[in-house]
Design a binder for this molecule. Structure first.
Ligand SMILES: Cc1cc2nc3c(=O)[nH]c(=O)nc-3n(C[C@H](O)[C@H](O)[C@H](O)COP(=O)(O)OP(=O)(O)OC[C@H]3O[C@@H](n4cnc5c(N)ncnc54)[C@H](O)[C@@H]3O)c2cc1C
Ligand code: FES
Length: 261
């Protein structure tokens, strides 16, 4: 069920340049059951009418809390970053399909690939897979050391964790595409990726033949719930160019090869 709620801000702290970790509490958390759904946040500025979509990084249904990790790109999220504990935030959600956890099975292997601010929604995914007895290999890429986030969260549940930075200032030098090329994709029963468009293209090209490879897409959004068609992406292989899918309610998770990245 999609709800709208004034959620309580328990904390909102800076964890990296322009990146903030916000903990929210509210009844809506009861409906959070799959990783990488998102919340649509009303920005606390009267001149900003469009909500901002932010993925749910983690949730705890018992404590009725969830974590959002967001990077300020413009004035909308800049005003959210100024909010403090004790204030409330107008939130719609949970929205989107989220990652399908019916695969892989216990004792199978999963690969998680994350880039930059695309890493937050993969935390809950990694945790849920590990809880089911799946061995999780995690590859994370960031621009530089100061941008590295969530290492401890992934390290706590991953069988293997490798971090790369573009400039080599932390972990290995390079990008996750290079790391993927060193692995045999067919040894993983499922593959999941979230990150910038360039990274998703690299993942898609290396997993084109894999039956269970999934990507989390982004698009500019308005309504966030399937009514306005602001967020469409094209269906792959559609020669007419007319077929599209909505990222907000038919995504943001798609199978590799399903949509044009
Ligand atoms: C399903 C979904 C989940 C997301 N999850 C997260 C998350 O967990 N953490 C996070 O930091 N960001 C996430 N984003 C991106 C985030 O919604 C945008 O960065 C945010 O709306 C920008 O708001 P702003 O007020 O900071 O900047 P604005 O002033 O709105 O925009 C600043 C710049 O960012 C660009 N921009 C705005 N929205 C998007 C978008 N959706 N995709 C690409 N570029 C955009 C604009 O073109 C502009 O150049 C997600 C987006 C989607 C669609
Ligand atoms: S944002 Fe309105 S249909 Fe997706």
């Amino acid at each position: 069920m999609i709800l709208q709620e004034e959620m309580m801000i328990l904390s909102n702290v800076k964890i990296a340049p322009r990146v903030f970790r916000m903990v929210l509490q509210g009844e809506m958390v009861a409906d959070m059951t799959v990783p990488d759904q998102f919340l649509h946040l009303r920005v606390p500025s009267p001149d900003k009418v469009l909500r901002r979509p932010i993925s749910i990084s983690e949730y705890d249904r018992e404590a009725k809390t969830c974590v959002l990790i967001y990077r300020v790109e413009g004035p909308g999220l800049a005003s959210v970053s100024q909010m403090t504990s004790g204030q409330t935030l107008d939130v719609m959600g949970p929205l989107g399909n989220g990652f399908d956890l019916s695969l892989p099975f216990p004792n199978q292997k999963a690969l998680i690939v994350g880039g930059g601010i695309g890493t937050p929604p993969l935390v809950q995914l990694a945790r849920d897979l590990a809880d089911r007895g799946v061995a999780v290999t995690v590859l994370l890429g960031f621009a530089q050391k100061s941008a590295v986030i969530l290492e401890a969260e992934f390290a706590a549940v991953a069988s293997e964790l490798t971090i790369v930075t573009d400039d080599g200032s932390y972990g290995r030098k390079g990008n996750v595409g290079i790391l993927m090329a060193e692995l045999d994709m067919s040894t993983f029963d499922a593959i999941y990726a979230c990150g910038a468009t360039g990274m998703l293209k690299a993942v898609a090209s290396q997993t084109a033949d894999h039956p269970n490879a999934f990507i989390s897409m982004e698009a500019r959004m308005a309504c966030g719930m399937g009514a306005c068609y602001a967020c469409v992406v094209h269906v792959a292989g559609d020669e007419s160019g007319q077929e599209s899918l909505k990222v907000c309610d038919q995504g943001p998770i798609f199978k590799v090869g399903e949509v044009v990245i």
